[in-house]
Design a protein around this ligand. Sequence first.
Ligand SMILES: Cc1cc2nc3c(=O)[nH]c(=O)nc-3n(C[C@H](O)[C@H](O)[C@H](O)COP(=O)(O)OP(=O)(O)OC[C@H]3O[C@@H](n4cnc5c(N)ncnc54)[C@H](O)[C@@H]3O)c2cc1C
Ligand code: SF4
Length: 343
Amino acid sequence: MRPFDYSRAATLEEAMAAGPGAALLAGGTNLLDLMKLDVARPASLIDIGHLPGLDRVEEAEGGLRIGALVPNADLARNTAVLARYPAVAEAVLSGASGQLRNAATTGGNVMQETRCSYFQDVLSPCNRREPGTGCGALGGVTRNHAILGWTEGCIATHPSDLCVALAAYDGVVEIAGPGGRREVPMESFHPLPDAEGAGPPPLARGEIITHVRLPECGAMARHARYVKLRERTSFAFAIVSAAAALDVREGRIMAARLALGGVAARPWRCREAEEALEGTAPGEDTFTAAVALSLANAAPSGDNAAKIVLAGRIAVLALSRAALGTPDRLPALPASVFEGDAP
Ligand SMILES: Cc1cc2nc3c(=O)[nH]c(=O)nc-3n(C[C@H](O)[C@H](O)[C@H](O)COP(=O)(O)OP(=O)(O)OC[C@H]3O[C@@H](n4cnc5c(N)ncnc54)[C@H](O)[C@@H]3O)c2cc1C
Ligand code: SF4
């Protein structure tokens, strides 16, 4: 274990004053694991877990503003989230375990690191962990790696379920920092890799996520689902996942939202599919054709070509389940994708 300093921030200003080598500690479910693996080596931990005012979900101009310290478990059972953004609740419930969701926070979930096993193994080269060393995953085991937006600099995926649903709902990340406040759409918050590596970090030194804001989504609440394909029904990251929300009126899709998880270094918003679906009648053939447009540029980053097929099928399943309607009561653990169209 490497020695490190620990302090608890009482104000946002104290958290933003974090010096070089400092890391923000929220629930610790990702950061502490990475420290134990010797992947993260912070000289000091600034505990932000007690910052005031960031632990609640508030109304915001018809939408919701989620504080960065809202635990994943609280987010999934918040009545406003369940009623208006059910795919967010379903995405959170599909991740990790009950104990982890109690500790994990909204900001920490957004900022969690990739689950690339070469990143987690300090004996492997990794441009993300040590820029300029190369990518150990290239030519390796790439089951969890990208099929969209990757380069030979890095083929990792972002592992969050929550972020996929937030991106589908046009979520906005609110950031405070020494230079002031700024906002970034969830959809583009996580950088895509460049030729050399993982790309620039999403936050500058001293910056902190304070909230994620969800705009009003109206009728889409009645037709929204999150579907996740994984190796176990719980306690496993997505191989691929999809969040879908539809505004269906008189048998026609007025507007569609679709984002994929497990396919890229960020949640992948399927704009082409969304546009193609507008004005159509919901149906599997229509969904399949629309999703194909968004996967036209998908390419395997290794021996993971099957993920392209899986991503298409999971997206069509999410759209089909969304078209059937949001269930009155989301199950405590979302159903397996192998259980047909059962909610
Ligand atoms: C066994 C296991 C299974 C899991 N399965 C899933 C899964 O299926 N789906 C899924 O989505 N997730 C899964 N997770 C990941 C889990 O959701 C994350 O570990 C958790 O959300 C991180 O939140 P935290 O508050 O514990 O973050 P921490 O571990 O405290 O921090 C993580 C990172 O975020 C930074 N950070 C935290 N808060 C802020 C902030 N407000 N502003 C700026 N930076 C911040 C920290 O500095 C650190 O770099 C799993 C984790 C484990 C251990
Ligand atoms: S895919 Fe990215 S995170 Fe994984 S080893 Fe390559 S550079 Fe590192």
